[in-house]
Ligand binder design. Structure first.
Ligand code: CA
Length: 241
């Protein structure tokens, strides 16, 4: 099934929020509505959306203050934020962009414009989810075809192990803490325990077979994928080698 990007709509006027949600659903998105900053925050704590539509004028904390706050949090800083405003004047736009908004939509707007702008920020902001291929040593991962091979032998990985390996390969030779991996690979769940990472790393190593040693444990720090292990001579005798 095709992934429907989740869009958090932060808008205190129920009629407008509902209208936006209907349009997003028609456009292939999965909208979630929060009517104030507190419920928006608890929504973000539970599940990270792919983009946020943020009303400028909210009761209590303004949309501007929220945008600024989310931009500072490691968990939310890279989520595209589109500000919704009834006012179209320049100082507001500048203030919003300074606060970290990715784009602006001035009310009233057409549904087509709204959808087009959301798609545009998702394209700009989504390098991690682009279908690409990565090679580290003799390990190859083709994200578009969902295939992994080591020394030209195809390997079978579960979906979480695939995502974990994809991330480690794209950021090879660097040490990643368990909490960083939870953030980048699991992303949408804050309440997963760090030992979950260990469980999946173990499964990943098993699935990788002789390439499993490329996933190193860095004591007290986390995990690292390295090509060095693969370039050292294999300990077992291999035919034709
Ligand atoms: Ca409002």
């Amino acid at each position: 099934m095709k992934h429907q990007p989740r869009v958090l709509i932060v808008e205190d006027e129920p009629a407008i929020a509902e209208l936006i949600a209907v349009n997003l659903r028609h456009g292939g998105f999965d909208p979630v509505i929060a009517q104030d900053s507190a419920s928006a925050q608890s929504e973000l704590d539970a599940v990270l959306p792919d983009a946020i539509l943020l009303d400028w004028m909210l009761p209590g904390q303004s949309g501007l203050a929220l945008a600024r706050h989310w931009r500072k949090q490691p968990r939310t800083k890279s989520i595209p934020i589109l500000m919704l405003t009834a006012r179209g004047d320049e100082p507001d736009k500048v203030a919003g962009l300074d606060a970290g908004a990715d784009d602006y939509i001035t009310k009233p707007f057409s549904p087509q414009e709204l959808l087009a702008r959301i798609r545009a920020v998702l394209r700009r902001r989504a390098p991690e989810s682009v279908n690409d291929s990565v090679t580290v040593g003799e390990l190859m991962l083709d994200a578009a075809k969902h295939r992994i091979s080591f020394q030209n032998q195809e390997l079978k990985l579960g979906p979480t192990e695939f995502k974990l390996l994809h991330y480690l390969m794209k950021h090879a030779e660097r040490v990643h803490s368990r909490s960083a991996l939870l953030d980048k690979v699991w992303g949408d769940h804050v309440f997963i325990e760090e030992r979950t990472v260990d469980v999946h790393v173990k499964r990943l190593r098993e699935a990788l077979g002789s390439a499993g040693s490329m996933v190193e444990t860095v004591r007290g720090a986390g995990y690292r994928l390295t090509s060095l292990a693969a370039t050292s001579p294999a300990p077992a005798a291999q035919s034709g080698a």
